[in-house]
Design a protein around this ligand. Sequence first.
Ligand code: TXA
Ligand code: MG
Length: 347
Amino acid sequence: MKTRVLKVDPSNIDADSIREAAEVIKAGGLVAFPTETVYGLGASALDEKAIRKIFTAKGRPQDNPLILHVAAVSQAAEAVEFFPPNAKILIDKFWPGPLTLVMKKSSKVPSVVTGGLDTVAVRMPSDPVALELIRCSNVAIVAPSANISGHPSTTNAQHVIDDLSGKIDLILDSGPCRVGVESTVLDLTISPPAVLRPGGTTLESLRQVLGNVVYSPFLTERPSQPRSPGMKYAHYLPKADMYIVRGNIGDVVKKIRALASEYKKRGISVGVLATDQTASEYEGFAVLSAGNRDRPESIAECFFGILRRFDKMNVSIILSEAIDAEGVGMAVMNRMEKAAAYKFIDA
Ligand code: TXA
Ligand code: MG
């Protein structure tokens, strides 16, 4: 299949391009489209055959449920049995935006979307191109991140081309994603509500609105043998073997320099994932800065792209500085831990 790429200017959206993409959705095809978090791979929520194609294109396990993307609250209402009281407050405050709500599903949602669960995950993205596409398709759009299953998520159209060209009908290219990590997934079927995946909406901001919100115990679960992660943990993996170096930042820099020199001596190509504050400390090594460690949003924005750049540089080892797990830093560390298959080095 030939994958077409249509460029769309997000500040001056071309109606013809959106119409073309919406026609593909309505006809049962797959369209990769930008959201504020990462690119999504969309299909019509009413078309089971199209939804199955998503799993095939990504190589995604069938039991991993998909997020339903809506452009209106009424569309979300149709997908759920009822809105719990918390949902209304959260929708008012955080939609459109990077917050996915898990609620009891209605009978209208095909079970292929939810992997057989009786709950459905729903979000309203804030990206104007995403919203226009959903509106113009006249249907909710189910979409996982637009990457091969197990690879880092995609935050620009080139990433999507690298992973999915030839496997999907169309890519809407409106440039890089603003947030860079996926939405926060919040389970509203339990009390207190629990964050199943930290993301673009911080725990701190959820607590300001709801009071009691917790991280799900599943989040802190670790595989027993970190060096051989189960399928469940195979996420965001770069080609290289990645290690997270943690501790006081001064010690971290020293430790990484020592390890990198050692690898270099042995002829092993190593990449250092650093921050703006520290990148200059690694002169002589292949170093990429993810952003400013005092502004975790800046690191979130670039993180997946940096993993993909290391893939292109063909390094065998990545040594990554840990950052503080506060605010969006929590989402970044969650992705970093998975990318490193939970391998840590204490500085
Ligand atoms: O920002 C995002 O959420 C992006 C963009 C494209 O919207 N989408 C995304 O989709 O990250 P995906 O499929 O890569 O991740 C969806 C996450 C998975 O961890 C999945 O297990 C969880 O949401 N999920 C979906 N439905 C669920 C449900 N009913 N109960 C619990 N978790 C669910
Ligand atoms: Mg994903």
